[in-house]
Design a protein around this ligand. Structure first.
Ligand SMILES: [Zn+2]
Length: 189
């Protein structure tokens, strides 16, 4: 193999790699923008429903310059699996505002734990999830709630930090092992 042929092969390889990266970066950006649970208002039932966009397919669509936006999951499926997916317009209009993580973060923002009064702070992916206190005085991690139920849950529940959720759950499950000090009773709801 002559040096010239080798140079051409290297040049073609470098060019192909460059083109691949140029295509792959927007594709990855599409993937990270569209992944995750989202809350939309179903145009048919006018109820809050949880959906997931097929982010992998959308990323490939961006890579091959053929935009593809479709649902991968919806809380009304499988019954309404053949719907027109008109809710995608809401996601196209503002893909971040309907992201469940952002909706939950916004609800906890500026709120304090109903038990210990500590500020819940900003939600972090790697932190323990905060919880919710229901009218039945049971605490539940927000991640255990079905996303489409969150809007009505937020109207009736109060914020609880993870530490208090753990201690309240223990207290509820093992009341015989818990002794409240008078100062603690004064602070309890
Ligand atoms: Zn607390």
């Amino acid at each position: 193999m002559t040096v010239t042929v080798l140079s051409i092969i290297i040049a073609v390889f470098v060019l192909a790699s460059g083109l691949f990266v140029l295509r792959a970066v927007p594709g990855l950006r599409t993937y990270f923008r569209l992944r995750g649970d989202r809350l939309i208002t179903c145009p048919e039932s006018h109820t809050a429903e949880a959906v997931q966009v097929a982010a992998g397919e959308a990323a490939l669509g961006t890579f091959f310059n053929e935009p593809t936006l479709q649902l991968k999951q919806c809380s009304r499926w499988p019954e309404r699996e053949n719907c027109g997916q008109d809710c995608l317009q809401q996601i196209e209009a503002d893909s971040q505002n309907c992201l469940v993580w952002n909706i939950v973060s916004k609800w906890y923002e500026g709120k304090s734990c109903v038990f210990c009064r500590k500020s819940i702070g900003t939600l972090q992916q790697w932190d323990h999830a905060p919880a919710l206190l229901g009218p039945d005085f049971k605490t539940t991690e927000w991640k255990e709630v079905r996303p489409e139920k969150l809007p009505q849950i937020f109207a009736t529940h109060q914020p609880v930090c993870w530490n208090c959720h753990v201690s309240e759950t223990f207290r509820r499950l093992h009341p015989e092992l818990v002794t409240d000090r008078p100062s603690e009773i004064a602070h309890r709801v």
